[in-house]
Ligand binder design. Structure first.
Ligand code: BJW
Ligand code: ZN
Length: 231
């Protein structure tokens, strides 16, 4: 069996990384995070946007994967043993799937532990705070290696190719509010795939899913994974 999984902020919520929307979504200081995740915000006030991502990077470095991340890594290994495959696409910019043992993770919205040169586009590892004084070897300014509103998500060709090969589509911990990721379920359905949603509460596109399970990711993901590996 080939399974395509799309994860969102909900899978990392119990690791102490905030979500953007839904119950418990906390505003960051006095600013709306969604107003900071745009190229316009970075052009207007780069120091403020750096501060937002610096705080999240520090939080990430102190965080650990939870039982949902661990279960998805176990699913990848279990499917491989059975001749199947898992495509794990995440909207999250954290590295908790990797730290839980997932070997192959597609970060469609970028990675918080990388910085990118705004001039030459080169990406590099980044575990330190960035500032308006952070520069690339080419002298271009460094920005967080993340995909903001209005920018093109990464690895789209690879993602659509994996959807073609999948037998089952699963969305975990995502509100279904941000496109193109929110549209994957519709494309999966159009290809005749069964679709499963695992979330704390019904997402904006819950009606598109055949199988829906609601509760904290640390509980419902491991039990769903056990069920799949038993079947
Ligand atoms: C739990 C839980 C627990 C809580 N257990 N669950 C109309 C149609 C199509 C597109 C558009 C449109 N109008 C505008 C657009 C474009 C725009 C868009 O979608 N806007 C919407 C607001 C409508 N999209 C874009 O601009 C994208 N680019 C684009 O479309 O380019 C054109 C193109 C398309 C296709 C091919 C080629 C080109 C770019 C989007 C970039 C999004 N960037 C961000 C920031 C990234 C960096 C950062 O992290 O700061 O990505 S925004 C933010 O939202 C972040 C997330 O990845 C993303 C999705 O959020 P997610 O993961 O779903 O989190 P939440 O918080 O929304 O939901 C969490 C869920 O978990 C909730 O349901 C909770 O209940 C649940 N939960 N605790 C389980 N314990
Ligand atoms: Zn450069």
């Amino acid at each position: 069996m080939n399974i395509f999984i799309l994860t969102g902020a909900g899978v990392s919520a119990e690791s102490g990384l905030g979500v953007f929307r839904g119950p418990g979504a906390a505003l960051w200081k006095r600013h709306d995070p969604m107003q900071l995740a745009t190229p316009e915000a970075f052009a207007r006030d780069p120091a403020l946007v750096h501060e937002f991502y610096n705080a999240r990077r520090r939080n990430l470095l102190a965080a650990s994967p939870n039982a949902a991340h661990v279960a998805l890594a176990r699913l990848e290994a279990g499917l491989a043993q059975r001749g199947g495959a898992l495509t794990l696409v995440t909207q999250n910019i954290d590295d908790l799937h990797e730290r839980a043992g997932s070997a192959s993770v597609i970060h469609m919205h970028g990675e918080l532990l990388k910085a990118r040169c705004a001039s030459c586009g080169a990406a590099r590892d980044c575990r330190e705070d960035l500032s308006t004084n952070s520069h690339c070897d080419c002298a271009g300014a460094l920005r967080p290696h993340v995909v903001w509103f209005g920018e093109t998500p990464l690895y789209m060709d690879e993602i659509y190719a994996a959807l073609e090969l999948a037998d089952l589509f699963v969305a975990v911990g995502t509100s279904g509010a941000v496109y193109p990721a929110a549209g994957f379920v519709r494309e999966a359905r159009a290809k005749g795939l069964r679709c499963c949603e695992l979330n704390l509460e019904p997402s904006e596109n819950a009606d598109e899913f055949d199988d829906r399970r609601y509760g904290p990711a640390s509980e419902i993901v491991p039990s769903w994974v056990e069920e799949i590996l038993r079947s």
